[in-house]
Design a protein around this ligand. Sequence first.
Ligand SMILES: [Zn+2]
Length: 346
Amino acid sequence: MSNVNADATQLLTILKNMRTSISSIETTRSSVKMKYQQLGIGWNDKKYDELGTIVKDCNKALNDILQIMLQAEKYVASLAKSVQEYDNVNLDTPSARNSFLQGLQTPNVGNSSYQYCLGVLTQGSTPDGYIAVISQRHENAEQNVREVFDHFAGKLMIQDSEYPPDQTAHYSPGNYIGHSRGVYYNAASDMTNPRGAGTTYFHELAHMIDHASCNYRSNLSNTPEFAEALVEDGQRILSLYNNLPVEKQTAFLTRIRQDSAHSFSDLIDATTNGQLHGNYGHSRNYWTRPGNLQAEAFAHFFEASMGDQGKLELLANFFPTAFGIFSSMIDSIRPDNHVRVLSRER
Ligand SMILES: [Zn+2]
């Protein structure tokens, strides 16, 4: 069994390729539909109807392929997981021959080492002790949020955990050739993150969960009531602040300038149009794009709930209405609720 390791690596490579194919089928399916509808704007006769039948057949074929792929993906994922679990308990130290075999058997395309981090398929390496740090946060997480994390973990993907540290970590929602859907970040930087170790990991994956929970069509967080609640909470903080005596204002500013208050700073900056902020915040332009405020708040609340008690208290106490809406969103995608909601749609 000297090449068990290589088998796991190969399986994980296959799994990644399957996921890329699945998303590209999904993209094709929706683009065929959209093009047909666009054509319909200026063209609506018998020929258009005939084309409609072809489009329908094409859609059905794509759906069938998609169902098969999704089924197969599930099997490969669980097989890869089992092989890797076996690998982890295998007491044999990886021999030189083993890594030589691995080198032969793994297609050499970019960074091709895969692993699972808290059940999330991850391309690239992580520094020593990193898994322990994020596992600790996972253990200390709020139960409802952790359940959601675990429920979605198998669908999430870290495309690069060695993304250059001087580039901005992000979740890429699109599926571009050479830049597939998933998270890009630097795990080594996240290990010594001044905002708290593991902050980037949970923040970016939260963006992906926000998107995945709507089948990548929109974001769960993108509702007008969530935006309104955020702005109302922010405006209330601003007026409280304005009525504080100067020394208390100074103390408040000192608090929100701490690195650990980065998410609070970001949200108060956004919801007061820059009138109040600490040391962190997105650009004004970023906040003008619809849905961005809700998406960032969702990711900040989620990250804080994954084992950062101090951050969570700050956010939940000062943004109570918005946090309440976030909690309902989480409940709506908790595993047991999710099944109920889906079956009601039929
Ligand atoms: Zn973000």
